[in-house]
Design a protein around this ligand. Sequence first.
Ligand SMILES: [Zn+2]
Length: 253
Amino acid sequence: MKMHFLDGGRLRMKRRIFVPDAERDETVELPVISTLFRHAKGNVLFDTGCHPSVATDAHARWGGMEKFMTPIAPPRQDVINALAQVGLKPEDIDIVVNSHLHPDHCGCNAFFTRAQFHCHEAELAAAQAEGADRMGYLRVEWDHPMRLDTFSGQFDVFGDSRLVTMHLPGHTPGMTGLRADLTRSGEYFIVSDAVAIERNLANDEAPMNAWNADLLLASYETIRARQNAGATIICGHDDGQWQRLNTGAYAHD
Ligand SMILES: [Zn+2]
């Protein structure tokens, strides 16, 4: 199995959302990450980044959300183009697993018309709930005609323990991480927004935009246990970590 980290866009947000002692007007730039797995039984995408149109007209797609989560990637810096660099078209994706259903994590879902989709049952319920738009869910991004299955506990994507989800609630109710067991590189635990930036886990800080800070801190314990067992933790939006990662066509195996 090979793993590729794909560039799914870039955002600017207030730094204070993530770092409690930051100044009011300080901002931070955040990478948006999608992970591709090329498994003998199929191609899997974990998260799909931002929709390509937000590079030119974020308001049309995201409405008021673009004010506090502002897309800053130039046109074509999206998962569809990142896949092309690996030699894949959207039709080549067999399975999409969404860590959660915020628009910077499922923005390209609409393109994967051949894929089987999966997310946690608590996440779908949160996205379908009344007032979900105030919780950062946009129906245009996640509600598509493709097959969507939900899971509750763990979901072993191919039944061989190589790709297994883990429920990490806190950022959202159904927030899910993915453990990848690689032959040479060992375990990678892609935790998405369960850990937005590295220092949050190191300092035991919950970002201000957490749905439930107590559950988030409990999820940090789950993540630390994997880290102590030797797993490499990949955060949702840490630019320092992103700059150090081998991304795009580079195949981790
Ligand atoms: Zn999110």
